[in-house]
Design a protein around this ligand. Sequence first.
Ligand code: MSP
Length: 528
Amino acid sequence: MDKFYLTTAIDYVNGAPHIGHAYEKILTDIIARHFSQRTDNMYFLTGTDEHGIKIQKTAAAKGITPKELCDANAQKFKDAWKALDINYNRFIRTTDEDHKKIVQKIFKKLVENGDIYKHSYQGLYCSGCECFLNEKDLTEDGLCPDHLKKPEVVSEENYFFKLTKYKDAIIKHIKENPDFIVPAFRANEVLNQLEDIQDISVSRAKSNVQWGIDVLDDPEQSIYVWIDALSNYITALGYDDENPSEMFKTYWPADVQVIGKDILKFHSIYWPAILLALGLPLPKHIYAHGWITIDESKMSKSLGNVISPTAVLEAFNLEHPDAFRYYMATSAPCGKDGNYSDDDFKEKVNAHLANSMGNLLNRTLSMLVKYFDGEVKEEFFVNAEAERIKGSYALLKQALGKIKVVENHFNHFEIAEAAQEIISIVDAANKYVTDNAPWTLAKEEKMTECGEVLTTVLNVMCIISALIYPYCPNIAANMAKQLSFDITKKLDDITECEIKAGKLITKEEIHPVFLRVDSELADKSTKK
Ligand code: MSP
């Protein structure tokens, strides 16, 4: 693998980030960290989508300029991603000067090529979706089905993009590339939507929408949300038709673009059409994740159940975001909806991270100190020919074999499924310890056998720390430190014997990698 370029949706900035936004950024960060264990050449883009009528109206209502509103809220997203250890390379804002200039050039090129034309139009505009809706998509009461608001009737002369020209090419691409849309079960939905697509409005009259990027040769029109927003994936790389940047040549096409299921249409129809019109290759995968509900209800301001990701970290007094990252990432199988609940959070992270994984390392290292003064002896290592305890080598092999299983899940963006495999190694190692009772072996003075059990588990823990690293980077680093294992090692270079013979650890150097989440703290509700 020579490079990996991945992106998230860019979030609207009319409010602060909630755990739905966080879910997407966590999934993407986990994918990025996993692939950074397979390639050195990684680029991870996220950011904010800042233009449009909604921002203009919210800012006006607050008596501030749209830019002031965007600056304040974009910072909240950056702060939240910092708290969650989202390790992006660039945070693009659609108000960035380089982005705006390239968008104007893209628009101009599309006009020159005849893909964009001017047309008088009357349509139903939903500012929640920032798009025109068809009459047949509305509810019986004439409301937008997603925002339950009546769309505005808008009559304007706008620029239109010839989406219909690319319909057949997109249908062909989706059919010929069954893994273009992930998960595959969403492809049919997109093919159905493609059946009745029309050309789309890509500008708004300046008299109605001032907060947008000017059309270069027609300042009475501003480029409207989706062309502006979708282009971020290439403007961030310095896309330039005449003089392509090194970054662009290196990273485009994207390896995966992570988005929510609600904006799949824009990413699997509009975006490919724009790219085809520009003569650019399409992204390899569009991964549409499901939505996060709170206690099984839709998150909404009116229900008052919107949770900010940092509120969870504070309510549970978490010193790093690993438990929250792990919980969110494992909340749903690939593409399905997930749920957040305080009780479930506590129960899951205590069981998986504290009781199963953390305790296993802690107990094993403590026994190594107790019985061997923290030293691993040569005769404790096993291989295919030599094992004293039946099952030692099989466990090691099983753990090593899971690396490929986990990689394969990541190739299909099955993040929760991959985590399940990692926890299954933890469970197998715990069972191996229980079955072979190293404390009994020590009592019976079978010291080599006892050392073999402990050393085998410690070698397995090296593999586990590498595999859990994308989900829980802090816990993994802490585990690796106590194992003297290099957490930056590429997955391909990991062997069944990462533990070195000799003194590994002292009593003072053993620390629990994850403390149970305190049940009383959880009673401080996360819901604001
Ligand atoms: N600005 C557009 C995206 C433009 S991408 C070129 C947008 N913004 S958004 O703020 O409404 O949503 C940003 C992302 O967060 C989307 O991928 C969306 O699906 C995701 N989520 C918003 N609420 C969510 C949940 N409750 N659960 C999971 N993801 C959710 O759309």
